[in-house]
Design a protein around this ligand. Structure first.
Ligand SMILES: [Zn+2]
Length: 278
């Protein structure tokens, strides 16, 4: 199975009424564990690296791992740049093999967000690369600020003028660790799905329970960015393992963490309904 675009993955998800997980990776172990999970349960999957992670991870090195492993996989894999913030990084992502890029202009005034996102779409689409945009700002769980909801009219205008393949919408989720359960505006989500001609994405899926995912998928969410709780659960599993095996060398821990990722993300793919769809 070759690497596929985000649009191909999300068109299938729309037809089958399920969502596909987008999982940020940090190293070889996380790439392997997530792809092992996807192949085990026959799920399409999105491997992502966010521009902010590139402060700590060399872009070309991690992309080589992602692209090489994705090409070997027996399920459809999109390789995605998450929260791209400038055109130069978008170009670099495409050059290194991303089949999908997100341009995050959500902090900009709408008209400027549209202008820059359109520039990214024009560049990416001629290279068969999908584009995700964002309207409305999601808050951060540990910052305590309230997210501003996506305005329906802004979203319609943004999608029709940019031609994005996917739209990250803000309807109550926040990034990072949650202190309290998020208040989701599911009615807004439903209206976005009915009125906006693109695939809908939710960021900041941590802190929700399985029932919340089911409700979001029913109302049109097709891509779920899931990071914090997956990595928290992997860390917890590793701590337990080290306590039980205090003399384990690092190579053993590295193999353990790959297995832990595989188990955790298998459960996530089942919850999103993408298991069995590849
Ligand atoms: Zn995000």
């Amino acid at each position: 199975m070759a690497i596929v675009t985000l649009k191909e993955i999300l068109d299938s998800a729309e037809a089958g009424k399920y969502a596909v997980g987008s999982f940020n990776v940090i190293n070889y172990e996380s790439v392997r564990g997530i792809l092992d999970a996807a192949q085990l349960v026959r799920s399409p999957v999105i491997l992502a690296i966010a521009q902010i992670q590139l402060d700590d991870v060399d872009f070309a090195s991690i992309m080589n791992i992602m692209v090489h492993e994705a090409e070997k996989a027996s399920v459809p894999v999109a390789v995605h740049l998450d929260h791209g913030l400038d055109f130069r990084t978008i170009q670099e992502a495409v050059r290194l093999g991303c089949s999908s890029v997100m341009f995050d202009g959500s902090a900009l005034p709408l008209q400027e967000n549209i202008r820059l996102t359109k520039q990214v779409v024009d560049y990416a689409h001629t290279r068969n690369v999908s584009v995700e945009g964002e309207v409305g700002e999601m808050g951060r769980g540990n910052g305590g600020e309230k997210p501003s909801m996506t305005d329906l009219e802004d979203a319609k205008k943004f999608v029709s003028e940019t031609g994005v393949d996917a739209l990250a919408a803000a309807f109550g989720t926040v990034h990072g660790m949650m202190r309290t359960k998020p208040a989701l505006d599911l009615e807004l989500l439903k209206r976005l799905h009915e009125n906006v001609d693109t695939h809908l994405v939710v960021h900041g899926g941590s802190g929700l329970v399985l029932e919340d995912y089911r409700r979001m998928i029913e109302r049109g969410i097709r891509k779920i960015n899931y990071f914090t709780y997956g990595y928290r659960d992997a860390a917890r599993a590793l701590k337990t393992y080290i306590e039980a095996n205090p003399d384990a060398l690092y190579d053993e821990l590295s193999f353990f963490i790959q297995e832990a990722f595989k188990e955790i993300f298998t459960g996530v793919m089942e919850a999103f309904g993408s298991a069995g769809q590849a």
